[in-house]
Design a protein around this ligand. Structure first.
Ligand code: PFF
Length: 519
């Protein structure tokens, strides 16, 4: 593990950083969240707004986060404090990095629970494959998944899992344990080693699956749904700000922005790496994966007459059904959930890394001391994330199965945006629709208005002055005004006026919540 003389680690090369940043960006946000957010918001119009948000806001904020991290050094908090003080401003600016760090930690607490579901599905499909082969020989290998099960039972897989808190918590424990172990090993030995194996495997599997879905399912309907905006529906949804808040929240979540995470990966960035170039690759890869994931899921949704607005259960209810009907469905099912598992792992590593980088101390510590602090820091953070995650898991268990405090606890219920939401939904909503947009907004203001023009120009090193000017205009004006307006209107004013949540606030439940024998 190479390190600079101060103990601050760096990526071993340009490709390593790009893999890690793409690994962070591409995750459950693309495979799980994007398809259901698009489905709930009417398809094409949402996709269009999402792409606009990515290009006009996501890309400039990503470049800003990376340069702030590289120029500041240490941890995200230390970097922002140092940069503010260097320009004669108050160190209190680092408060927004604190908010980002808290947001990334909160995200990992529920992200790990959802990733646990993915792990459970992968495991169930593997067991199912072996049982089928034992029963039917080679036909078990070539046939669909969940052999012999009724459609309702297959679609109700998630309902069954939600009714099994023990299984959910076990899978969450395995996932957060793995994340913690990798993060404790450091940037090169842990994060880099993991992403360089996991990400290429992920891409190959995704492309194969989407081609398969397009051939087997209703490709034309899916393409129309995703890419042909329904303008009348758009007008309606724009009025309450919900679609804009969903699109912005999704853009920040998917690109891992506003959570101090890209500032943290920027800390380890070499001076020879082009920030505008790397940021463009990350944005292109992340958006491409979200769209391809849509093309892997929606043809199947339409093929089986399912509801595109199926909510958070879309990936867990729809795809298993498709796998049950396809030739080689078991193999594809296993491939899909393993792929989602890899993508989730590379993202959760980055989520835990933000607070771990803070725990391992500033740049002036020596290598050994930093390493010791990293191991302890990661272990403590991983343990707390596990415990909070147990609360998330219990909050989605039906009260008939396990009647705990979490069934009926609405931690942010006093705010209209989160009315009626239990722990998992409220944490997801708070981070995605409030904390990340807020973090992105503050990053833009800080990079555009507080850090000197000389510093940003030198650090970003655009190929042309016009490129730099465009970036500066976007972070100084477009991001603060647009994100600020959407945040205030969509998260505060509109829910207050209408007395209902603005952004989608579906409970993370899919019918049937309980298998018949447990009702
Ligand atoms: N971008 C990740 C995804 O799309 O799944 C989630 C995420 C990772 C959000 C890291 C925020 C973050 F800091």
């Amino acid at each position: 593990m190479a390190a600079t003389s101060t103990g601050q680690e760096t990526w071993s090369g340009k490709a390593a950083f790009v893999f890690a940043a793409v690994g962070s960006a591409v995750g459950l946000g693309n495979l799980w969240r994007f398809p259901y957010a698009a489905g709930e918001n009417g398809g094409g119009a949402f996709v269009l707004l999402y792409i606009l948000c990515i290009v006009a806001i996501g890309l400039p904020v990503l470049a800003a986060e990376l340069f702030l991290g590289r120029r500041g050094g240490g941890s995200a908090v230390a970097a922002i404090r140092r940069l503010a003080e260097a320009d004669g401003r108050s160190g209190a600016w680092s408060l927004f990095a604190w908010v980002g760090m808290v947001a990334s930690f909160l995200i990992v607490t529920f992200y790990s629970v959802i990733a646990g579901w993915v792990l459970y599905y992968a495991w169930t499909l593997i067991v199912d494959l072996f049982t089928s082969i034992a029963d039917q020989g080679l036909a078990g290998l070539t046939g669909g998944a969940f052999h012999g099960q009724e459609r309702a039972a297959i679609e109700g897989q998630l309902g069954q899992l939600l009714a099994s808190p023990g299984k959910m918590i076990l899978c969450h424990a395995i996932f957060i344990g793995l994340t913690t172990w990798i993060v404790s090993r450091g940037v090169k030995g842990g994060i880099e080693a993991a992403v360089t194996i996991l990400m290429p495997t992920f891409f190959v599997l995704l492309v194969i699956l989407s081609i398969f879905a397009m051939i087997q399912g209703q490709a034309v309907t899916a393409l129309g749904f995703l890419f042909a905006p329904d303008w009348s529906a758009l007008g309606e949804r724009l009025s309450d700000g919900s679609i804009l808040l969903s699109a912005i929240g999704q853009a920040f979540f998917s690109l891992s922005l506003g959570s101090a995470m890209m500032i943290t990966y920027g800390l380890y960035l070499g001076r020879d790496q082009s920030i505008p170039g790397s940021a463009s690759i990350v944005v292109a890869a992340d958006t491409g994966v979200a769209l391809i994931a849509g093309l892997a899921i929606f043809p199947i949704v339409f093929q089986f007459g399912l509801e595109p607005a199926g909510g958070p259960g879309l990936m867990f209810g729809t795809l298993p059904l498709a796998f049950s009907q396809m030739p080689f469905g078991s193999i594809f099912g296993i491939a899909f959930f393993l792929m989602a598992f890899f993508a989730a792992l590379t993202s959760s590593i980055s989520l835990l890394e933000v607070a771990t980088a803070f725990a391992d101390g500033d740049v002036d510590l020596d290598v050994e001391e930093k390493r010791r602090r990293r191991v302890v820091g990661a272990a403590v953070l991983g343990l707390v994330a596990f415990l909070v995650g147990c609360g998330h898991a219990l909050s989605v268990v039906p009260a008939e199965v396990a009647d705990t405090f979490f069934n009926d606890w609405h931690p942010l219920g006093f705010l209209p945006l989160f009315e009626g939401q239990t722990l998992l939904d409220a944490t997801d909503g708070l981070t995605t629709y409030v904390l990340l947009p807020f973090g992105g907004l503050m990053t833009a203001i800080f990079a555009g208005w507080v850090v000197s023009r000389t510093a940003s120009r030198e650090e970003l090193h655009f190929a042309s002055e016009a490129g730099y000017r465009r970036w500066r205009f976007l972070v100084r004006w477009v991001c603060p005004l647009f994100v600020g307006a959407v945040l205030v209107y969509g998260a505060v004013v509109s829910p207050w006026l209408s007395g209902r949540p603005a952004a989608e606030a579906e409970p993370v439940e899919t019918a049937p919540a309980l298998p018949p024998e447990q009702q």
